[in-house]
Design a protein around this ligand. Structure first.
Ligand code: GDP
Length: 534
């Protein structure tokens, strides 16, 4: 039924219709606005059904506005599920601020594709580029949305060239903008030979679509001013000559990105993008694991934790672990094995993040994200199965780039502090190192804002005021090697050594020179800036 290119014809239909993706962008490009529109259309379809059932087919503008407002609440959720046409979309949110990029990296291990949003006036910005590189490491398929076309934006060819050059990926236009800034009238849909006209008067109105029989169709002239039409014809002719044509396989392999032009705030181009995610985006993909890969169509359920969020209610220490299902058909109440501890867990109250609100997940399929409330048993990187000792791989932990010493305001409370720090370390909110010499803890983060967040959370959730002080170290490296080799390094460099929250040995320093020296003096150990979450 689904008109999609597929390299996995054996997938059950419920799995094949799932598209699990994240949005990557530089702050301000329009990720939030686009997410809202996705939810609006995801919810709108369910709504339309309900409304029609009441014999009230007409939806007014204020209905849409109210829904948008309601949806606004769910925009802050970490994972959102909604239906669009035949598809079930699972949109996994990535924190926007660059200070939380490590969280973002991990989130990207839970998706099968990414939508890259760029601002038509700004092109590829630093954060987009960074996130893109992470997607590339995993060969994630990328679909591109060039936003804010209602404003003065760059020349279309320039934008495409910049993406091709900066990101070294083939770009193929799925639509072509007509006019820029105030003169922007809409897009020519190159996939379906349709004209999409933007309604500036009504931001929530979906674009008017006009079927066009190729670029010579006289109908075009009725809708597009003569000057713009000439330019459009020239540009598309050039584009067809110079730019690669859409190759679905190449998109799935991550070598080519189709680009749609639009304006999220004007609801323009969003549905075409959603169609594109359905049609060209991948179904749930196999998951790398040891000792073997996990296939989504396996009947047994498995999944892995990619994010842990502590409950913001300080009275309860409950946390929600976000689990990406890697295989099978999950039903509420199932018993799964927590592979790290080898203990069974009854998953009695899993949460599915439907666009409307949080709902108990009665069932879920490979590709879905479910939330599992727990008291701290579930950690980032953990695998759940129906018994087999599988371990999902490739969920990285990065060496922090900023280190500070943390002390409890009240020295008698340092045990409490340790407990709080361990919780945040498990959540992935910070790295915690216990130096082998001296007292106190060193906390490592990727961005400075995390210290502030951490400080206020320890105070709020544990009633424990803390002080951060500059640390004498600026870099942390995990030490790998045979036990005797590691011990030799530890014994000769005690003042540099620490253990992280998992008990793994870490080398701390402020000099790259030191790191190089260790490399020369201790050929049997390696210092690494990443480690796999266990
Ligand atoms: P985020 O930081 O990527 O989540 O970006 P937001 O969605 O918050 O958008 C940043 C700003 O750009 C907001 O003021 C939006 O109203 C505005 N914006 C988003 N989409 C469009 C668009 O299509 N056109 C125009 N002109 N502004 C937009």
């Amino acid at each position: 039924m689904l008109d999609t290119p597929s390299n996995r014809p054996d997938l059950p239909a419920e799995i094949a219709r799932r598209r699990t993706f994240a949005i990557i962008s530089h702050p301000d490009a329009g990720k939030t606005t686009l997410t809202e529109k996705f939810l609006l259309y995801g919810g709108a379809i369910q709504m339309a059904g309900q409304v029609r059932a009441k014999g009230e087919a007409r939806r007014t503008r204020s209905d849409f506005m109210q829904m948008e407002k309601d949806r606004g609440i769910s925009v802050s959720a970490s994972a959102m599920s909604f239906d669009f046409k035949a598809f079930r979309f699972n949109l996994v949110d990535t924190p926007g601020h660059s200070d939380f990029s490590e969280d973002t990296y991990r989130t990207l291990t839970a998706v099968d594709a990414a939508v890259m949003v760029i601002d038509g006036a700004k092109g590829v910005e630093s954060q987009t580029q960074k996130l893109f590189e992470v997607c590339r490491l995993r060969d994630l398929p990328i679909l591109t949305f060039c936003n804010k076309m209602d404003r003065e934006s760059r020349d279309t060819f320039d934008i495409i060239d910049e993406i091709q050059e900066h990101l070294a990926i083939d770009v193929t236009p799925a639509s072509w903008p007509i006019g820029v800034g105030r003169d922007f009238v809409g897009c020519y849909d190159l996939i379906r030979d349709r004209l999409e006209l933007m309604d500036r008067a009504d931001r929530n109105k979906v674009a008017e679509s006009i079927e066009i029989n190729g670029l010579d169709d006289p109908k075009l002239a009725q809708h597009v001013p003569a000057q713009l039409l000439t330019k459009l014809r020239e540009e598309i002719e050039m584009a067809r000559e110079l730019l690669p044509t859409l190759n679905p396989q190449s998109v799935l392999e991550g070598h080519m990105t189709p680009i749609w032009f639009g304006s999220a705030i004007n609801s323009f181009g969003v549905k075409e993008l959603m169609d594109g995610i359905g049609t060209y985006g991948p179904e749930p993909q196999p998951q790398k694991a040891t000792p073997r890969e996990i296939l989504p169509e396996e009947t047994k359920v498995s999944g892995f934790v990619f994010k842990v969020q502590a409950n913001m209610d300080p009275k309860h220490r409950d946390r929600v672990a976000f689990v990406r299902l890697a295989s099978g058909h999950f039903n509420r109440g199932m018993k799964l094995t927590h592979v790290r501890s080898k203990k069974p867990m009854s998953i009695t109250n899993p949460v599915l993040f439907l666009a409307a609100d949080r709902e108990l997940a009665e069932e879920a399929w490979a590709g879905d994200i479910i939330g599992i409330p727990n008291h701290g048993q579930l950690r980032i990187g953990d695998t759940l199965t129906e018994g087999e000792a599988l371990k999902v791989t490739g969920i990285p932990s990065f060496a922090p780039e900023l280190l500070q010493t943390v002390r409890a305001g009240d020295p008698l409370k340092s045990k409490h502090l340790e407990k709080a720090l361990m919780q945040f370390a498990e959540e992935g909110a910070a790295k915690v190192f216990k130096p082998m010499i001296g007292s106190g803890f060193i906390v490592g983060v990727v961005g400075a804002l995390q210290f502030e967040v951490l400080g206020s959370r320890i105070e709020l959730e544990y009633g424990l005021p803390v002080r951060f002080e500059p640390s004498q170290f600026t870099s942390a490296r995990w030490v790998h090697g045979d036990k005797p080799a590691v011990e030799k390094l530890v014994n000769a460099n005690k003042q540099h050594m620490a253990e992280d929250n998992d008990g793994d040995v870490v080398y701390l320093t402020r000099l790259q020179w030191d790191i190089d020296r260790i490399g020369r003096d201790y050929p049997d150990v390696t210092l690494s800036a990443t480690k796999e979450m266990m």
